[in-house]
Design a protein around this ligand. Structure first.
Ligand code: ARG
Length: 528
C-alpha cells in the first residue's frame, strides 16, 4: 500500500500486478488479494513440513558484531538489592540472545568500586580494626557502612580522615589499597553468589569497575586538551559545552570532566571506559542497561564522545533504559520497614513460595528433585515477570501473578515443556529421532507450524532493539498454540504416519521453548 501511494496507483491493482509476477509455486498454495490491498499468502503444508524437518532452529547472523554489554554494574558499598534486579536480568537476557545468533558478546560489569563512599568505609574499617572484616560477608560490611556514614555526619575529624582516605586511594598508598582490595574480595564473592543463585552469566573476569580506569583518565584529559574547543575551563573546572543540553532557564548545561579540586565524576569514568571498549575491546556496538533516571547522563556521554572523537562514527552507542519496579500497592517496591529489598532475601522468598506450590501440586517428589524444580521455577518466574513486560514501563512485582501456572508466566511455559517431555517419556521415544514429515491436516497444526518458523525473526528483533519482551510474547503464543494442538490432536494413539509427524511438531516446540527460554536465562524442566 505504501508503494502504491508512492507511484500514485490503486493498491489493489498494484497487488494484482505483483501477484502476476510472483513465482511462489513451490511455497504457496494460494495467494489472494484482500481488503484495500493486502496479499494473503497461504503456505503449502509440504513446504512448512520441509522447513520444520530441514531448517535449523536458528541460523547465525550474516553480520556478526563485537558487542559490549554493560549491565548489572552495582555500586558496591552496599549489598545487592532489588534496585539492581532489572539491569541484571534484562542485560543478561540480551547478552545471551546476541550470542545465540553468533555475535561476540563482551560482558562488562561496570561496578561502582571507588570514590567517596569507599573513603568513609575504609576509614571506618581502620577504626573498628581488621577483626571486623575477618570472615565477614558484605552484609556485615554494609552495617559498618551505615555506621560510617553516621559518623561522617557527626564527627568532623572522622570526615577529614575519610577524605584523606580517598586521596590515599587515589595516590595508591599501600595501606589504603590493601584495605580496599580486601573489601573488593568480599564484594566480588557476594556478587558471584547472587549471580550464581539467579543463574546470571556474569563471571568475575567480566567485572571491570570504575577504579580500573583511574590511570587512563589523566592521559585522556591531556588528549582532549590537545583538541581545540573541546574542553573549556569554567570556574576552575574542565567542561564540555554542548549547545543541545540546556537547563530549564535555557542556559547550556556543561558536562564536567574534571572538578576544580581535580576530582573526576561518573561521566569522566564513563568516557574512559568508552575509550577502552572501543580501542581495546574493539566494540562495534556498546549497550548500556540502567534505569531511566540515567537517560540524560548517557545522552551527554554519547554526544560528548562523538564531539571529542572518543567514539568513532561507526560504533553504535545505545542506552537501553527501563522503568521502576512497583509493589502491588503501586508504590516503589520496598520492604515493610521501607528499606530496599535485598536480592538475597528476594531469592529466598521466591524459592520458598515456589516450593509450597510444587509440594501442593506434586507431594510425592523426592527432596532433591523438589528443590531443583522449585529453584528453577522460582528464578524463572522472577526473571520472566520482568522480561515479559516492555522494559520502558514501570512494572508491578506481584508474587501470585508471576508464579501462576497459567497466563504469560515462566511456570506456564516450563509446564508446557514438561508436558512435551512427558509425551516422549510415555511413548518411550527418543526425541532426537523425531524428524518425520508432518501432514498438518488441521488448522491448529498449521498455526503451530507457521509460528514455529518465526523464531529466527523474533530473535533478530530482540537483537536489534534489546527488548526481550518480544521473545516472551512469542514463546507465550507458541505455548498457547501448542496447547490447542495438544488438546485437539491425539498423538501417541494415532497410526504411525500421523503420530510421527505430530511428534516432529512436539520436538520442534520443545527445542524452541528450551532455546528461547535459555536466551532469557531461564531453564526448562522435564518434570514439574
Ligand atoms: N553503577 C551505576 C549505578 O548503580 C551503573 C553503571 C552503569 N554503567 C555505566 N557504564 N555507567 O547507577
Amino acid at each position: 500500500m505504501g508503494a502504491a501511494k508512492r507511484i500514485r496507483t490503486n493498491p489493489r491493482e498494484l497487488a494484482a500486478n505483483v501477484v502476476a509476477e510472483l513465482k511462489l509455486g513451490d511455497i504457496a498454495e494460494s495467494i489472494e488479494i484482500a481488503g484495500p490491498g493486502f496479499l494473503n499468502i497461504r503456505l503449502k503444508p509440504s513446504f512448512l513440513s520441509e522447513q520444520l524437518t530441514e531448517s535449523p532452529l536458528l541460523e547465525n547472523t550474516k553480520n556478526p558484531k563485537r558487542v559490549v554489554v554493560d549491565y548489572s554494574s552495582p555500586n558496591l558499598a552496599k549489598e545487592m538489592h532489588v534496585g539492581h534486579l532489572r539491569s541484571t536480568v534484562i542485560g543478561d537476557a540480551v547478552a545471551r540472545t546476541l550470542e545465540l545468533v553468533g555475535h561476540t558478546v563482551i560482558r562488562q560489569n561496570h561496578i561502582g568500586d571507588w570514590g567517596t563512599a569507599f573513603g568513609r568505609l575504609l576509614a571506618y574499617l581502620d577504626d573498628v580494626g581488621d577483626e571486623a572484616t575477618q570472615n565477614a560477608e558484605l552484609r556485615d560490611i554494609e552495617a559498618l557502612y551505615v555506621e560510617a556514614s553516621q559518623k561522617f555526619e557527626s564527627d568532623a575529624a572522622f570526615a577529614d580522615r575519610s577524605r584523606a582516605m580517598v586521596l590515599a586511594l587515589q595516590a595508591h598508598e599501600p595501606h589504603a589499597i590493601t584495605k580496599w582490595q580486601n573489601f573488593m574480595v568480599l564484594a566480588q564473592e557476594h556478587m558471584s553468589d547472587i549471580y550464581s543463585r539467579l543463574d546470571i552469566s556474569l563471571q568475575p573476569q567480566d567485572t571491570r569497575g570504575e577504579s580500573t580506569y583511574n590511570a587512563d583518565i589523566g592521559p585522556m584529559i591531556k588528549d582532549l586538551q590537545k583538541q581545540d574547543d573541546v574542553l573549556v575551563e569554567s570556574d576552575g573546572a574542565l567542561c564540555i559545552f554542548m549547545p543541545q543540553f540546556k537547563n530549564k532557564d535555557g542556559e547550556v548545561q556543561p558536562m564536567i570532566v574534571q572538578k576544580s579540586d581535580g576530582g573526576y565524576l561518573y561521566h569522566t569514568t564513563d568516557l574512559a571506559a568508552l575509550c577502552y571498549r572501543q580501542e581495546v575491546l574493539l566494540a562495534d556496538r556498546v549497550l548500556y542497561f540502567t534505569d531511566a533516571r540515567q537517560i540524560l547522563h548517557f545522552e551527554m556521554l554519547f554526544a560528548a564522545s562523538r564531539l571529542a572523537n572518543i567514539a568513532n562514527p561507526s560504533v553504535m552507542l545505545e542506552h537501553h533504559p527501563f522503568g521502576k519496579i512497583l509493589g502491588t500497592d503501586g508504590k516503589p517496591f520496598k520492604s515493610r520497614s521501607g528499606d530496599n529489598i535485598l536480592l538475597r532475601d528476594l531469592i529466598d522468598e521466591a524459592i520458598e513460595r515456589a516450593t509450597s506450590l510444587i509440594v501442593e501440586k506434586n507431594p510425592d517428589l523426592a527432596d532433591a528433585q523438589r528443590d531443583h524444580i522449585a529453584r528453577t521455577v522460582a528464578i524463572g518466574a522472577v526473571k520472566y515477570a520482568d522480561l515479559s513486560k516492555n522494559r520502558l514501563h514501570d512494572y508491578t512485582f506481584d508474587w501470585d501473578e508471576m508464579l501462576a501456572f497459567d497466563g504469560n508466566t515462566a511456570p506456564y511455559l516450563q509446564y508446557a515443556y514438561a508436558r512435551i517431555s512427558g509425551i516422549f517419556e510415555k511413548g518411550d521415544i527418543d526425541i532426537a529421532q523425531c524428524n518425520a514429515p508432518t501432514r498438518l491436516d488441521s488448522e491448529v497444526e498449521r498455526q503451530l507450524a507457521v509460528h514455529l518458523l518465526r523464531f529466527q525473526e523474533v530473535i533478530e528483533q530482540v537483537v536489534a532493539d534489546a527488548k526481550p519482551h518480544y521473545l516472551c510474547s512469542y514463546l507465550y503464543d507458541l505455548t498457547v498454540r501448542f496447547m490447542r494442538f495438544y488438546e485437539q490432536c491425539p498423538i501417541l494413539s494415532e497410526e504411525a504416519s500421523i503420530r510421527d509427524g505430530r511428534l516432529t511438531l512436539c520436538r520442534r516446540t520443545a527445542e524452541t521453548l528450551e532455546t528461547g527460554l535459555g536466551a532469557l536465562g531461564i531453564q526448562v524442566l522435564d518434570r514439574m
